[in-house]
Write a protein that binds this ligand. Structure first.
Ligand SMILES: O=P(O)(O)OC[C@H]1O[C@H](OP(=O)(O)OP(=O)(O)O)[C@H](O)[C@@H]1O
Ligand SMILES: Nc1ncnc2[nH]cnc12
Length: 178
């Protein structure tokens, strides 16, 4: 896996806005809107996410909603298709789903049953890895579809919340670990 880019990590750190007690008391929310509002930093972040994966994936999956921003851009950078992983009830065709818990609540994610062919190499992209519940559910989802999850690629890992431990034997990569 590629070396961490310390300059990019510093730029991401400087851009993040910490919002205490959002969306519920006790959660320190990492707001990425300043990052994605900065064209140069958004480009560097997408380039950094895509860097190790050129020629190694068949599809990029992005997790609704913030994972769509980065995931679709990474798919373009890699020249592969994008698969939206949506919250329950949003996809129009036959879907498979997984229930999960995240830092602040529970949810269900779904993907279209024909989103990727069996054996496809899928890269899961999201903005934040916190408890890892969302990313682990996404991995299970693609394995239900007989795909191969080659990695979980996030902008920010909140290490204290233990997401990486929730994803043993996965190639988990974060541009910034806090
Ligand atoms: O590691 P976890 O504890 O599972 O938390 C990480 C997830 O939480 C956030 O999504 P959220 O469900 O809040 O959706 P949003 O992108 O629509 O805000 C974030 O975008 C990740 O997908
Ligand atoms: N603390 C946090 N900040 C932003 N997104 C999150 N998703 C889960 N936990 C989060």
């Amino acid at each position: 896996m590629s070396e961490p880019d310390e300059e990019l990590a510093a730029r991401i750190t400087a851009s993040l806005r910490d919002i205490p007690d959002f969306p519920e008391p006790g959660v320190l929310f990492k707001d990425i809107t300043p990052l994605i509002g900065d064209g140069a930093l958004l480009t560097q972040t997408v380039t950094g996410l895509a860097r190790p994966w050129h020629g190694r994936v068949d599809a990029v999956a992005g997790l609704e909603a913030r994972g769509f921003v980065f995931g679709a851009a990474v798919a373009v950078a890699l020249g592969v298709g994008f698969v939206p992983v949506r919250k329950a009830g949003k996809l129009p065709a036959d879907a498979v789903g997984v229930d999960y818990a995240l830092e602040y609540g529970t949810a269900r994610i779904e993907a279209h049953a024909d989103a990727v062919p069996a054996g496809a190499r899928v890269l899961v992209v999201d903005d934040v890895l916190a408890t890892g519940g969302t990313a682990a559910a996404a991995c299970r989802l693609f394995e239900q579809l007989q795909a191969e999850v080659v990695g979980v690629d996030v902008v920010i890992e909140l290490a204290a919340l233990g997401g990486r431990e929730r994803l043993p034997e996965r190639a988990v990569r974060a541009l910034l670990t806090v």
